[in-house]
Write a protein that binds this ligand. Sequence first.
Ligand code: AMP
Length: 281
Amino acid sequence: MEIIYTREALTRFRENCKNLNKTIGFVPTMGALHMGHISLVQQAKKNVDYTIASIFVNPTQFNNKEDFNNYPLTIDQDIKLLIQYGCDAVFIPSVEEIYGQKGYHPFTIPLGKLGNIFEGEKRPGHFDGVIEILSILFQLLKPEQVYMGLKDYQQVMVVEKLLKHIGFPIQLIKCATIRDEDGLAVSSRNKRLSPNERQIALNLYKALSEIKENYQKSEISILKKSYFNRLNKIEEIQVEYIDIVDSQTLKPLKSWNPIGKNIVLIAAFVGKVRLIDNLLF
Ligand code: AMP
């Protein structure tokens, strides 16, 4: 596997691929890789000639310094895992390499309402950071496809908007959420949970599943209020939001949508670790 550290080398990688008429599938990550990330690599490998991941803990998308400082870093393990699963290349730039360029100006796009709800509301500036880093990476690599996980559902919607706005011919491939056997969505942040907290975190998935089971059987507003209260009663859990919305617009539902067009979104702290998850139904 080729390990690339600089913008220049990344541009060279892209030029080589284009010269050989090979397609590129891109998997952007912040490292601390797990099977969720690997599932994106595996899907890319099926569709393109070259699969390249990136590992960059992007400081501009963290609204909370403690979260940034505590973000797990496991580069050696990550590289081994990418090799094991046949990734062709990985880009691991430093912060300097990305943002230290002379005349660099932050870039963002208007997100409208999407930028002010859920993750946009609770993590001010987060999506601006995501847009900033992805627009740089897309510009440098110009992949045919980018693979992103639906676990970060709102992020996928933001990236869809970004691609439309900048007009790059990059196809966004939305990949299903990978879960542990007991249902917990795998996440780099799970590494920071104690065994007890991990067990408690399962209540988030349980709440999502039970809401899905109650599709059309219960009042939407009563369901979300009752799960908000139930989860918050657990000492280690602090819910930021739990909401049932339209899966295409993230707008509140007055009544149930047809099957497949409803989504329940959750963000909650378990101890000091902030987790997000969702279920489409
Ligand atoms: P991150 O490293 O958390 O920024 O995630 C990098 C990419 O992996 C994003 O597109 C995420 O949505 C995706 N991802 C993270 N966790 C999962 C998961 N459990 N299942 C599928 N994709 C995931």
